[in-house]
Design a protein around this ligand. Structure first.
Ligand SMILES: Nc1ncnc2c1ncn2[C@@H]1O[C@H](COP(=O)(O)OP(=O)(O)OP(=O)(O)O)[C@@H](O)[C@H]1O
Ligand SMILES: [Mg+2]
Length: 361
């Protein structure tokens, strides 16, 4: 792990009047780069050649650095270039998806907005559970072994992004039958069987609230909410049940987009308290705690019980629904506030108050 002192020394050498805000070209880059430009920062986008068209067309990147692979961002020459531009990187989902923890923690010597150490926590289900339990949130029950299964249970494969290969069962027998079937269809191998995570399936609707933990203002802002539009789960209802039985054994959750939602107002006090507890708990697990955006993944049942099954300690793509403005961002900030811009405002304010070291790791 790069010593934070080292990052702070790099930051100290930066010309703070000429900061550039940078990120990888995917996920929420439009959001981040546009927000940075609106707050008067220069921007740099490290992107793949095929995707450059997007950032060019929207004109959000003052500088494009083309790479073959996102992981190339940790190469010495690109890091050197970024530091030369006085870049503060804003991490998003593609950082955690395409860079190894080693690259993020041991190699990337470019100052980052947010808490680098916490990104590590989102790569492990156990760590996430530990954090969310510390925050005293309601979590789905987990089962240590298939024999304990009772009631509808979701089986999650290790490292499967987007819920690929996840399946439901409601008894040890139906679990073993499904495993056998999946092994037969080569959707599952012997090694992964032992690493399946079994979790109580919560029947309800998924919502994804976004928060912003401001260090400068010592405040946790409730920023917006989205739901995901996922193929194939969101498509199943289009075909009759008899065809569903034959055509679909395990629905997948490949994300295609996000849909903005507003919530029943009576749910909001609890959601605000939950955001506060997550931030408080984060201070117990790593010093400084959460800096900036985070998101809870939850299911809300018909008696309005809220179950949290994941946390992201960084900007999520769901905040893209608020580019321009969104109801909750409007309530707090007035017009034209959104997550990418909020990040830039925090950096600008921290610079003004000479608090940049507090929000950079
Ligand atoms: N305990 C649960 N009860 C009900 N539905 C669940 C539960 N856990 C997960 N899901 C559903 O499965 C989907 C994928 O689960 P999860 O978020 O854990 O996977 P993932 O691999 O982390 O996906 P991603 O990286 O896209 O968030 C969720 O979006 C949700 O719709
Ligand atoms: Mg998830």
């Amino acid at each position: 792990m790069i010593d934070n002192k080292e990052i702070q020394e790099i930051l100290a050498k930066y010309d703070s009047d000429r900061l550039t805000i940078g990120t990888l070209g995917s996920h929420s880059a439009l959001n981040i780069l546009k927000g940075a430009q609106e707050e008067g920062f220069k921007t740099v986008c490290v992107c793949r050649k095929a995707d450059a068209i997007l950032y060019r067309r929207f004109g959000v990147a003052d500088e494009l650095v083309l790479v073959r692979d996102f992981a190339d961002i940790s190469s010495e020459s690109i890091q050197e270039k970024l530091r030369h531009l006085n870049t503060i990187l804003v991490p998003h989902g593609s950082f955690t998806a395409y860079l190894s923890m080693k690259q993020m923690a041991d190699l990337l010597r470019v100052p980052m907005f947010g808490n680098r150490e916490l990104l590590n926590w989102e790569t492990s289900r156990e760590k996430q559970r530990e954090w969310l339990s510390k925050a005293e949130l309601r979590l789905p029950r987990t089962f240590e072994k298939p024999e304990e299964i009772h009631g509808l249970t979701i089986a999650k494969l290790p490292g499967a992004k987007g819920g690929k290969g996840y399946f439901l069962s409601d008894s040890p027998e139906s679990f073993h039958r499904k495993v056998k079937e999946m092994v037969g269809r080569k959707l599952l191998n012997q090694v992964d069987i032992g690493r399946i995570h079994l979790q109580e399936y919560i029947l309800g609707v998924n919502v994804y609230p976004h928060y912003f933990s401001s260090i400068v203002n010592d405040d946790v802002e409730f920023f917006g909410v989205d739901r995901r539009y996922e193929s194939a789960v969101d498509a199943i209802g289009k075909i009759p049940a008899s065809e569903q039985l034959r055509a679909i054994t395990n629905p997948t959750y490949t994300i295609v987009g996000n849909i903005p939602i507003t919530l029943r107002e009576s749910l909001l006090p609890e959601l605000i308290r939950m955001g506060d507890s997550v931030v408080n708990a984060s201070k117990d697990i790593v010093s400084a705690g959460i800096i900036g955006p985070f998101c809870l993944e939850m299911v809300i049942t018909d008696n309005l019980e809220i179950y949290v099954f994941e946390i992201s300690a960084r900007i999520v793509a769901g905040t893209n629904v608020g580019i321009g403005t969104s109801p909750y961002a409007y309530l707090k900030h007035g017009n034209r506030m959104y997550m990418g811009r909020r990040i830039a405002v925090e950096i600008r304010e921290a610079r003004k108050r000479k608090q940049l070291p507090k929000i950079i790791t």
